[in-house]
Design a binder for this molecule. Structure first.
Ligand SMILES: Nc1ncnc2c1ncn2[C@@H]1O[C@H](COP(=O)(O)OP(=O)(O)O)[C@@H](O)[C@H]1O
Ligand SMILES: [Mg+2]
Length: 229
C-alpha cells in the first residue's frame, strides 16, 4: 500500500511509514495544542513531494495564516507560487456576509468547483468546528458530517480535518473518519507537556501510546521513544 508522509518528525514511525493513501483523517485537540501547525507541516510534507496541496482556513484569515507560517519558520513561497493553495473563509464566501455561518454543503460545492481540472492530492480543513455551528440540531450535524466525509473519500486525495476538542457539538461517533489523532497540552506531574496519540487508524497498524512532542525550529518533533501516562 502507498504511504503518505506526514511531514512531521517522528510521526511516520508511529504508523508503519505514513498515512494510508486516500484516507480521511481527524485531528483533535484543545486550543493551543499545535493543530494548525500540524496541518501546515502536513502541507509542507506534500510540497516536498511535489504534490498539489490545499489548506482551507475557516477561522483565520490568509494573512494570519501567513504570519503563523513565518513564525513557525515554515516556507511561505509555495503558497505564492501556486504549488499550494491557501484559501480562507472570505474567499469561499466571496460577496457574502463575512460573519455568517458556513455549511458542509457549501464547502463541498466550493471544493468540487475548485478541484475541477486541478489535481489536489492533499487537503487540510482548519477547522470543522467552525462549520458545526451552522447546524441547529445534533442530528442534522451528524448527517452532514457523514455525507461530507463520504464525499471526501470518493475524491482521490488524502485529507486532514482539524477539530477543536472543546467543541461538544462535534462528537466523533457520528463521524466516518479513517483515523483519529489526539493532541494534548496538559499537566504531567507539575510540568505542562504537549502530546500526541493515534487512537484509531484504519488499514494499518499503529503505535497506541501517547508521546510527548516539542515545537522546535522546523516544527513539531515527536519523541517516539518516550511514553506519557
Ligand atoms: N515560533 C514558535 N516556536 C515555538 N512555539 C510556538 C511558536 N509559535 C507558536 N508557538 C506555540 O504554538 C501554539 C499555537 O499552535 P497552533 O497550531 O496555532 O495551535 P492550535 O491550532 O491547536 O490552537 C502557541 O500557543 C505557542 O505555544
Ligand atoms: Mg488553530
Amino acid at each position: 500500500m502507498k504511504r503518505i508522509n506526514s511531514g512531521i518528525k517522528g510521526m511516520d514511525k508511529m504508523m508503519e511509514g505514513g498515512f494510508p493513501e486516500g484516507t480521511v483523517n481527524l485531528l483533535k485537540g484543545p486550543a493551543g495544542s499545535a493543530k494548525t501547525l500540524f496541518g501546515l507541516q502536513f502541507i509542507q510534507g506534500g510540497i516536498e513531494n511535489g504534490e498539489k496541496c490545499l489548506f482551507l482556513s475557516l477561522e483565520e484569515s490568509r494573512e494570519n495564516v501567513r504570519r503563523a507560517v513565518e513564525s513557525f519558520s515554515l516556507d511561505w513561497t509555495p503558497y505564492e507560487s501556486g504549488q499550494a493553495y491557501l484559501i480562507d473563509y472570505g474567499e469561499i464566501r466571496r460577496g457574502d456576509f463575512e460573519d455568517s455561518l458556513i455549511s458542509f454543503t457549501e464547502i463541498q460545492t466550493f471544493l468540487d468547483n475548485f478541484m475541477e481540472g486541478e489535481n489536489i492530492q492533499r487537503l487540510v480543513i482548519d477547522s470543522i468546528s467552525a462549520v458545526s455551528l451552522f447546524y441547529t440540531s445534533p442530528e442534522k450535524l451528524r448527517r452532514s458530517l457523514f455525507e461530507f466525509s463520504r464525499f471526501l473519500k470518493e475524491k482521490d486525495l488524502i485529507s486532514l480535518l482539524i477539530s477543536e476538542s472543546e467543541n461538544k457539538r462535534l462528537n466523533v461517533e457520528g463521524f466516518v473518519a479513517d483515523s483519529f489523532i489526539n493532541m494534548g497540552y496538559e499537566d504531567f506531574e507539575g510540568e505542562f507537556r504537549r502530546s500526541i496519540k493515534i487512537t484509531k487508524m484504519r488499514f494499518t497498524r499503529h503505535d497506541p501510546y501517547k508521546h510527548p512532542f516539542l515545537i522546535l525550529n522546523g516544527g513539531i518533533e515527536i519523541s517516539v521513544e518516550e511514553v506519557l501516562r
